[in-house]
Design a binder for this molecule. Structure first.
Ligand SMILES: [Zn+2]
Length: 657
């Protein structure tokens, strides 16, 4: 199977931020996962260089624009190398191959009759590369609140793409391919955008910095292709269009286009597929948009100054705070970015949260497991692996569930849910060691049992290394190295096979993989991390005083439904929790709710309640909770909890808004 995945190509007017890093990491994880599965993988990234702004900045610096974009592109190459991005191709739109592809594509659009001559005039913001109508301007300036710069009146001959012609075909394609656009709530935005009526789009501007329209198109002299129309075509160029038709036939269509939401609705989900339809090319198989990272609730602006979190200082900070190696810091950042927020909505980039993930998920759940198993092998068996034991069902079943959970989650690019499935396996492995208690077996001299438990525990580490490899490749290598497996030909299938660790093998010294740095009391952190932390703390303090406002869009991201309670039972060992099964119309869900002090299970059956149905699932006391019910209480008083119920009867699944 072939698997072609693309990052968007990034504007060269600013260095990479944690935002572009996260997009690129997501694509890299998909690529690594498919390589492990044995697929033929092609991962592309690159830089978008024909923006007018680029030309202006180069002029200000007295640089040749090509020299400037090359310098900026190398920043991206360095950053992606540092973040262990396994890209197969890095394209710069100023390359000759892109020039040939864009010209061939425009020629094809012209031949299809969808490119026509007209005139474009309007107020133009150079910074945003966008035309605005007079009423849209704010006091004669750019209406983008993050910009506000003066606009210029531009009137020029131009070519237009017959976008208006493709609304129905796009809607049909969306309907016929339910998983083509993700996430679901953003697909709905696309549908409304199309239903609102598509207007033909100007795809050229006058100038020299850009790719000229082919001279075969009459009256095209002096016109170059708009920077974003040019940029989208890179996906074809990388696949071999138009120079290598055989290679192109093999790789196109792309399997996944992944990007941030800002370039989804108007570009990747509509304009781009419409132009592909026009020239008779297949559409990409999946187009998926993640949300923004925010800092203190604000979008991380690409063009903003030094306060924007960039990967380099964040990595340095992780090292300063924990004493870990550069490789572990990279993996910690990769893990955090995929695990912290579900794919789709915006999420807050927070140093505290990153450190918490480092300590809890990586240090405690994974690092400790590795360290204590290897230490016991050293202590009880002089670092020699016992002979393979028969499969331990509890471990093989958990590994199977983790691999399947990941496979399933990745079909809809739900990285966070996939990682939760893998962390459930780590929880089982930790519990296995606790319950089998090798230290007691060593004391009682039950050598056969000790060998079995030590081998099974070490085998669990090997399974874990496979499972985490797409997200944390260097950590997977390190776990295998500590197990004595070097140059191990890792495959995804090995995550569900038992007994591959060779018995009798000498393993190395156990070294903590996610170390913790003990700081002297009162010692101040000097890392740039510290300033980020102070920054976000002061924001938090501010938030205490004044409620943070959310937009109507933020609220609409919540899917609230009327649900009926079908079953209710206590959660063993937790006196406040109840496990509920509820009917939300289209399906039944399991929820864990902290209402046991106020409701007896039998009193809940048949009650109509309100449930948040698109909340990221969580495992609470071993029960997977797929949603959250709404309830109110007097602040801090768990005995005053009262369920929110519809005031009059509504069917199960009715929308609450
Ligand atoms: Zn602007």
């Amino acid at each position: 199977m072939k698997f072609y995945v693309t990052t968007p190509i990034y504007y060269v007017n600013a260095a990479p931020t944690v935002g572009s890093a996260s997009t690129t990491i997501m694509c890299d994880v998909l690529a690594r996962y498919h390589r492990l599965r044995g697929d033929d993988v092609f991962l592309t990234t690159g830089t978008d260089e024909h923006a007018l702004k680029v030309l202006r900045v180069a002029e200000q610096r007295g640089m040749d624009p090509k020299a400037y974009v090359d310098e900026m592109a190398s920043l991206y190459r360095e950053e992606w190398a540092r973040l262990n991005i396994s890209y197969d191709d890095f394209i710069q739109t100023s390359e000759p191959r892109q020039h040939r592809a864009v010209q061939a594509f425009m020629e094809a659009l012209y031949q299809s009759g969808d490119l026509y001559e007209g005139a474009y005039e309007g107020w133009y913001c150079v910074s945003d590369e966008t035309f605005f109508a007079e009423p849209e301007l704010v006091e004669g300036r750019c209406p983008n609140p993050e910009c506000g710069k003066p606009v210029e009146w531009v009137s020029e001959p131009a070519f237009f793409f017959r976008f208006s012609k493709y609304g129905d075909r796009l809607l049909q394609h969306i309907e016929a391919n339910p998983n083509w656009l993700l996430p679901e709530f953003r697909k709905n935005e696309v549908v409304s955008f199309i239903r609102g009526g598509l207007r033909d789009v100007c795809v050229t501007r006058r100038g020299t910095w850009g790719i000229p329209l082919p001279s075969s198109i009459p009256n095209s002299e002096g016109l170059v292709v708009y920077v974003w129309a040019d940029a989208l075509i890179n996906y074809l160029t990388c696949a071999g269009y138009p120079d290598a038709p055989e290679r192109f036939a093999e790789w196109w269509p792309a399997d996944v286009h992944l990007m941030a939401k800002e370039i989804f609705t108007r570009f990747h989900a509509t304009f781009w597929p419409a132009t592909l339809m026009s020239v008779g090319r297949e559409l990409p198989r999946l187009v998926a948009a993640h949300g923004y990272w925010t800092v203190g609730g604000q979008k991380i602006a690409k063009s903003a100054g030094g306060s924007v979190p960039r990967p380099g200082p964040v990595l340095q900070a992780i090292r300063d705070e924990t004493g870990c190696s550069e490789e572990r810091a990279v993996d910690a950042l990769r893990y955090y970015m995929l695990r912290e927020i579900p794919f789709g909505p915006d999420g807050e980039f927070s140093v505290e949260a990153l450190l918490r993930r480092y300590t809890d998920d990586l240090g405690n759940d994974l690092g400790n497991l590795v360290h204590r198993v290897l230490s016991m092998l050293g202590r009880y068996r002089k670092g020699v692996l016992p002979a393979p034991c028969p499969p331990e069902a509890v471990l093989t079943e958990a590994a199977q569930a983790a691999a399947e959970g990941w496979d399933e989650a990745l079909k809809t690019v739900q990285f966070s849910a996939g990682l939760q499935a893998i962390w459930s396996f780590l929880a089982v492995a930790n519990r296995y060691v606790d319950q089998q208690a090798p230290w007691s077996l060593a004391k009682s001299g039950d050598n056969a049992a000790l060998d079995r438990v030590l081998y099974a525990s070490a085998e669990a580490l090997r399974l874990a290394a496979v499972l985490i490899a797409p997200v944390m490749p260097s950590t997977a290598d390190e776990i295998e190295r500590q197990l004595g497996l070097t140059e191990w030909p890792r495959t995804w299938e090995q995550a569900t096979r038992w007994g591959l660790l060779p018995g009798g093998q000498q393993i190395g010294e156990a070294e903590p993989i996610f170390p913790k740095l003990e700081k002297a009391k009162g010692e101040e952190s000097k890392s740039p991390f510290a300033s980020l932390r102070v920054n976000s703390e002061s924001k938090d303090e501010k938030a205490k005083g004044e409620k943070r406002m959310v937009s109507i869009k933020d609220f609409q991201n919540l899917d609230l439904r009327v649900a009926e309670v079908l079953t209710a039972e206590p959660v063993p060992g937790a006196n406040k929790l109840l496990k509920l099964t509820v009917d939300i119309g289209a399906e039944q869900r399991t929820l864990v709710a902290g209402i046991a002090l106020c409701y007896r299970p039998e009193d809940l059956i048949g009650k109509k309640i309100v449930v948040v149905t698109n909340l990221e699932p969580a495992t609470i006391r071993g029960v997977r909770s797929e949603g959250m019910l709404l309830a109110g209480s007097v602040a801090g008083d768990d005995t005053s909890i009262t369920l929110v119920t519809p005031e009059r009867s509504l069917p199960n699944g009715a929308v609450v808004k």
